[in-house]
Design a protein around this ligand. Structure first.
Ligand code: PEP
Length: 254
């Protein structure tokens, strides 16, 4: 399976910076086609930058997909401030990140809400990148597997499959902190996630499971070589084209 190299730009950058970052990424991939043999690429800019990103990608849309960082559970109507899944499809997005730990923490998002959003997204042909992961305290208390198992049970809705669903394992304590899980811990958790998916999805073996949490060029090779790590969800390092491309270049040959 090719690795999915997903960039989460979060709430960063100006319009001009979004354009120049996109330009550098697209140019970098286009310069080295061996990257496309090993990886698929998606970036998730802030909503308001998406159109500019598309404008910059132009005829090279086959090298870089574009996604969003959230969507509404509602289809349309009086939901001030919301962006629907249909609006994302309409503008050309193919992916949407759901249930990122920052949204769970700052917007109080529950697994039930994440499942509702995922269902709305699947109904509009979007591939959801559903994030799961334990806090530092939960890991220290020995509950990491139970927490992730419960998140998967509730946040991954009926109708999910390998085409419309990607799981991102992101230990909360590793996001933006410079700490990463050890390769052994990642291996164990990704195997556990695969086993849990088996209970739910017929094509569980083909669902991509990404690792996220301080993935950088200097640790990407080790992380991307772990069994059942089918790509990376990258925050900070995805804001630097060189780092994002270097992480992709660490992916093993398929
Ligand atoms: C993320 O926000 O999904 C993430 C993994 O961030 P970082 O790479 O900065 O830890």
């Amino acid at each position: 399976m090719k690795k999915l190299i997903a960039g989460n730009w979060k709430m960063n950058g100006s319009l001009a910076e979004a354009a120049s970052l996109t330009e550098a990424i697209v140019h970098g991939i286009d310069q080295d086609h061996s990257l496309l043999d090993r990886c698929d690429f998606v970036v998730c800019p802030p909503f308001i930058h998406i159109e500019t990103v598309f404008g910059t990608v132009r005829e090279l849309s086959h090298v870089l997909s574009v996604g969003a960082q959230d969507c509404s559970k509602f289809e349309k109507g009086a939901y001030t401030g919301d962006i629907s899944a249909g609006m994302l499809t309409d503008i050309g997005c193919t992916h949407v990140i759901l249930g990122h730990s920052e949204r769970r923490q700052y917007q109080d998002e529950s697994d039930v809400l994440i499942a509702e959003k995922a269902q709305a997204a699947h109904g509009c042909d979007l591939t959801t990148i559903i994030c799961v992961g334990e806090t530092e305290q939960e890991r220290e208390q020995g509950n990491a597997f139970d927490v992730v198992g419960a998140q998967l049970a509730q946040a991954v809705p009926e109708g999910s499959n390998a085409h419309n669903t990607v799981i991102a394992y992101e230990p909360v304590w590793a996001i933006g902190t410079g700490k990463t899980a050890t390769a052994e811990d990642v291996k164990a958790m990704h195997q556990y996630i695969r086993d849990k998916l088996k209970e739910k999805l017929a094509d569980f073996a083909h669902v991509r499971i990404l690792y996220g949490g301080s993935v950088k060029p200097n640790n990407a090779q080790e992380l991307l070589s772990v069994p059942n790590v089918d790509g990376a969800l990258i925050g900070g390092a995805s804001l630097k084209a060189d780092d994002y491309l270097a992480i992709a270049d660490s992916a093993p040959t398929v």
